[in-house]
Design a protein around this ligand. Structure first.
Ligand code: PLP
Length: 235
């Protein structure tokens, strides 16, 4: 273990992770699902390596970041030190960041338009690196939010497969903050089933148990593991 990581930090963080995992297991069992089909992504955005190291030392290997540039500042070194870490991009992707995103991330949850599909495909070929891919759906059809509109999803998935040669594994959504998340989780599940997609990335600290009831296979949990973030994330 990294000597700068104290046993006290690791024990505290392990307790928090175990508490979240116990809630995941209970929610899966209530829904008649196998808890192993729900994977926990620890969302480490805004936190530096000193806060991430104890989580890795506690044995957790799946992490999520929402900004490519921020992730690039900390994860190449962390990944080099810790084989087996799996890094997920859960924030919006711009085409000028496709190269960095394909190089760094193992799963990208936020493919959401033809330009991004094309840019990611180009980089996958150029780098011979093949992150797993999900499509973000803007289930609340919010102007300020990334994601493809539900009505455009089926056509977009077809173009991902046929024009871009991309294999999409699932869907991701972030419900509007002022609405009942269950409606959005139910919609995402319906869209995934209709398109034969296996993975559903939905649910955060406040609502992951509801998301599991509706079929989540990835839950993205930040606050419940790392504690509160500073009000304004560093840019
Ligand atoms: C920050 C973030 C999360 C985690 O949110 P918490 O409420 O801290 O659990 C999940 N998903 C996305 C896309 C995020 O940006």
């Amino acid at each position: 273990m990294d000597p700068s990581v104290s046993d006290i930090d690791v024990t505290a963080v392990r307790d928090r992770i175990e508490a979240v995992e116990a809630r995941i297991t209970a929610a899966a069992e209530r829904a008649g699902r196998d808890p192993r089909d729900v994977r926990l992504i620890a969302v480490s955005k805004t936190f530096g390596p000193e806060r991430i190291e104890p989580v890795i030392a506690a044995g957790h290997m799946l992490f999520g970041e929402n900004r490519v540039q921020e992730a690039q500042g900390k994860w190449p070194a962390l990944k080099a030190d810790h084989a087996g870490v799996e890094l997920h991009l859960i924030g919006p992707l711009q085409s000028n960041k496709a190269r960095d995103a394909v190089a760094l991330f193992d799963v990208i949850h936020t493919i959401d338009r033809p330009k991004i599909a094309a840019a990611v495909k180009k980089e996958m070929v150029a780098q011979n690196r093949h992150p797993r891919l999900l499509v973000q759906v803007n289930t609340g059809e919010e102007d300020q939010k990334a994601g493809i509109a539900p009505a455009d999803l089926d056509g977009f998935l077809k173009s991902c497969a046929e024009e871009h040669g991309l294999q999409i594994e699932g869907l991701m959504c972030i419900p509007p903050i002022d609405e009942e998340p269950a409606l959005h989780f139910a919609l995402l599940k319906k869209l995934a089933d209709r398109n034969g997609l296996r993975e559903l990335s939905m649910g955060m600290s406040a609502d992951f148990e509801t998301a599991i009831a509706f079929g989540a296979t990835y839950v993205r949990v930040g606050t419940a593991i790392f504690g509160p973030r500073a009000a304004k994330p560093p840019v």
